[in-house]
Design a protein around this ligand. Structure first.
Ligand SMILES: Cc1cc2nc3c(=O)[nH]c(=O)nc-3n(C[C@H](O)[C@H](O)[C@H](O)COP(=O)(O)OP(=O)(O)OC[C@H]3O[C@@H](n4cnc5c(N)ncnc54)[C@H](O)[C@@H]3O)c2cc1C
Ligand code: FES
Ligand code: FES
Length: 474
């Protein structure tokens, strides 16, 4: 029997009976005949399909997300705004109007996605600086206009809105609390939406072959390319325990379904370098959907989260109905290339990250072909506990240097107990030869990866000596 997926689209309730593994983009452009949302890359890179997405029950403004890699399985109870919703009565909103006035569009293909992304920016930041505007545009590729007139239009729209609203405060839409049904069946596919951890674990045991879906920013890429279908999905996004962020004096605990954008706000003060890394995680469209648990669960050797979390001494929480809960150091979770310690009936529940102590220094550096919206070639992360000018304790972890994200014990040993001089850093860089045998691929040769990994330790020494200053997240 077909059941429907219900959500708010441009302020009006919609119910659809399409399969839950349909992308939102296909739903919009197909059955709903809203063609303003464009398909460019269909893999989360170009932003032509940007919509605003507001999770059910979450306060605050909506966030930009890519409709091409969002599935109908994820939209029940959500509020979605497309470019058509920016000008419901045919009157352009401030961003659209200023884009027209500032010559911010040529062929126009990217324009709806950019107008939506920038409208999202101004809803959460009424007075964005240059860095914030570029951050909001990092996931939107425009091949013909050039970004200067787009940035000018954003500034003009922001000034206009502030004048119209008579202050700096953008209106915050109220959170609407929708009833989320426990499952939807349509077109031979089923999505389950457990509301609590026990329900999730029960479903995991009953359906070990189901797709365990968090933000979908990894999983939905082949779906968007019509390379796969999902007969059964278990969505984690409504499980309260997996959506929590808890802070004590000593630790952060992030539920597995906490998004990178939510984590960014939380860690900014404790670990500015980690915030900078997260800020370079894809784009706002990716960070607003992609989760910490998904980044760990996908177990990519070049994922950006794991090296930093390993160096910080993170433990991961796993649970199953039969086996109960267990914790392990995150570094032990990654067993081999894309293989983890997760059992078939288990899920990742949370990660626990130690907070910065007096004397703790932490840096993480991502080296990629592009600054924004690109995955790492090499990512290095370094936590040092300093005592009297010497390194008392140290953890170094790298991504992109092995089949899994991994510690560098020889390099750590070369630095432990010594002041972090440039000579010591270079010695540690040479010791990386005993820690890693990286692959050569199109992102970089083995020799390049070794050179970069060693240079990053030298950069660490220079940063901590105050000789160079790491660029921090806006
Ligand atoms: C354009 C683009 C840019 C990107 N940029 C970056 C980047 O800069 N850095 C980076 O590291 N990654 C990047 N990614 C990859 C992706 O965004 C991240 O890995 C993200 O954190 C995945 O989270 P998700 O919630 O979307 O995972 P999903 O796609 O939902 O799931 C990924 C995997 O994790 C599993 N999983 C999810 N939740 C759990 C759980 N609770 N327990 C057990 N398993 C679970 C799923 O079953 C699946 O196998 C990018 C992706 C795209 C499309
Ligand atoms: S179509 Fe390119 S990001 Fe969706
Ligand atoms: S206006 Fe042509 S791609 Fe941006």
């Amino acid at each position: 029997m077909t059941t429907q997926t219900a959500f708010l689209l441009n302020g009006a309730p919609v119910a659809t009976g399409v399969r839950p593994d349909t992308t939102l983009l296909d739903l919009l452009r197909g059955p709903l005949a809203l063609k303003g949302t464009k398909e460019g890359c269909a893999e989360g890179d170009c932003g032509a399909c940007t919509v605003l997405f507001k999770r059910p029950g979450v306060a605050g403004p909506p966030l930009a997300a890519n409709a091409c890699i969002m599935t109908v399985a994820q939209i029940e109870g959500a509020e979605i705004t497309t470019v058509e919703g920016l000008a419901p009565d045919g009157v352009l909103n401030a961003v659209q109007d200023e884009m027209a006035r500032n010559g911010s569009s040529q062929c126009g293909f990217c324009t709806p996605g950019i107008a939506v992304a920038l409208s999202g920016l101004l809803a959460r930041d009424p007075d964005p600086d240059e860095a914030a505007i570029h951050d909001a545009l990092a996931g939107n590729l425009c091949r013909c206009t050039g970004y200067r007139p787009i940035v000018d239009a954003t500034r003009a729209a922001a000034a206009r809105l502030r004048a119209e609203l008579g202050g700096d405060e953008a209106p915050q839409p109220e959170a609407r609390h929708a009833m989320i049904t426990s499952h939807t069946d349509a077109g031979g596919a089923t999505v389950h939406r457990p509301h609590d951890l026990r329900g999730l674990l029960k479903l995991r045991r009953e359906h070990p072959d189901a797709v365990l879906l968090a933000g979908g920013t990894d999983l939905a890429v082949p779906l968007a390319g019509y390379e796969t279908r999902w007969p059964r999905v278990i969505a984690t996004g409504h499980v309260g325990q997996l959506r929590r962020i808890e802070a004590t004096d000593t630790h952060w605990t992030f539920g597995a379904a906490v998004t990178w954008q939510e984590a960014l706000e939380a860690v900014r003060d404790d670990y500015p370098s980690l915030a900078t890394l997260i800020r370079r995680f894809g784009s706002i469209q990716i960070r607003s959907m992609g989760t910490i648990g998904g980044n760990i669960g996908t177990a990519s050797p070049i994922g950006d989260g794991p090296p930093a979390l390993i160096a910080l001494g993170t433990t991961i929480g796993l649970a199953s109905l039969e086996g109960g809960a267990r914790d392990m150091p995150l570094e032990d979770f990654f067993v081999d290339y894309r293989r983890t310690a997760l059992r078939d009936d288990e899920v990742i529940t949370h990660v626990t990250v130690p907070r910065a102590r007096a004397g703790t220094r932490f840096r993480t550096y991502k080296v990629s072909k592009r600054y924004d919206q690109d995955i790492s070639t090499v990512c290095g992360a370094y936590r040092l506990d300093m005592d009297g000018g010497a390194v008392a304790d140290i953890a170094i972890a790298y991504g992109g240097m092995a089949a899994t994200p991994k510690r560098a014990p020889h390099a750590e040993a070369a630095l432990r107990g010594r002041p972090l001089t440039l000579d010591a850093a270079r010695e540690a860089g040479r010791a990386l030869g005993s820690d890693f045998s990286p692959l050569t691929d199109w992102r970089g040769s083995a020799a390049y990866r070794h050179k970069v990994a060693a240079n990053l330790i030298e950069r660490l020494a220079r940063d901590l000596a105050g000789e160079t200053v790491e660029v921090m997240a806006p």
